[in-house]
Design a protein around this ligand. Sequence first.
Ligand SMILES: C[S@@+](CC[C@H](N)C(=O)[O-])C[C@H]1O[C@@H](n2cnc3c(N)ncnc32)[C@H](O)[C@@H]1O
Length: 286
Amino acid sequence: MMNSHVCPYVLSHYQVSAISEARQAGQNSAAISLDLGLTQTSVQIHTDYISLPDDQQLTWSQLELISRNELTCYTISGGEIEKIQFYSDFQNRFYSLMPTLRAPTMLISGIPMHRIKDTDPHRDTLSKIRAVSPVVGPVLDTTMGLGYTAIEAAKAAEHVTTIELDPTVEEVCRRNPWSQGLFDNPKISRLIGDAYDVIEQFEDGSFSRIVHDPPMFSLAGDLYSADFYRQLLRVLKPRGRLFHYIGDPKSRSGSGVTRGVVRRLHEAGFQRVKPRPEAFGVVAYN
Ligand SMILES: C[S@@+](CC[C@H](N)C(=O)[O-])C[C@H]1O[C@@H](n2cnc3c(N)ncnc32)[C@H](O)[C@@H]1O
């Protein structure tokens, strides 16, 4: 379902430091981003406040609040700041949008949803998509999250279908400038539900590529089961490819989970499973 929707301005401690530095240097304006690094704009610096291009004003105490919170981005609307953080009754956990120097990630009860150590969520996404390149035909993205894999895949795919279990995640996406393709790219369809069940509604051979980027094994065992892998195989077109994100293959847990995943992918009927350690996952071929 497509919704027309405009993402509000978003600030994090990174932009506030740039504004503070400009102020300390005696400048009356600062070039910063109001969409977490996607574009640059200029804000005017006054003694008691700053003004944004649409004439909204933010006081220095509001900016200070933002700068003190390194784990959460803030929306700016009507001169008010609001944390991009939501509690999900459904999953009984907090989601918040955490800034990085590039695309933000989402913290799920404090755990980042993307790789941020020695990389960033954008590069993490590119490595997942590169693993199933060339991206062709219709693509299934089993777990939407912030939609980065869906948005990146949609650049080359005919169409992308993406599934998300928790509607609250979509609320975070609406406020994340980097997730806007989910709402304005007609090549992306969003479905809310459990991928384990939703997959049954797709006909055999519906997708040329599948990106499977589930939560860690301990949180979503069903999505690592041979039953689910049989469904992934069923909906894959001949000569299709599945990328399965698993986690750091060099870590103890990652290597153990990888062995189990490879065994169950074969058990489900995938012909070949190739490690893609740079993408922290494997690619399976039918
Ligand atoms: C690692 S994140 C996916 C990140 C995503 N690939 C991106 O580019 O931002 C996993 C997501 O799967 C969702 N999820 C968890 N269990 C699910 C299920 N059974 N079906 C669909 N989505 C699920 C979580 O809420 C979370 O948003």
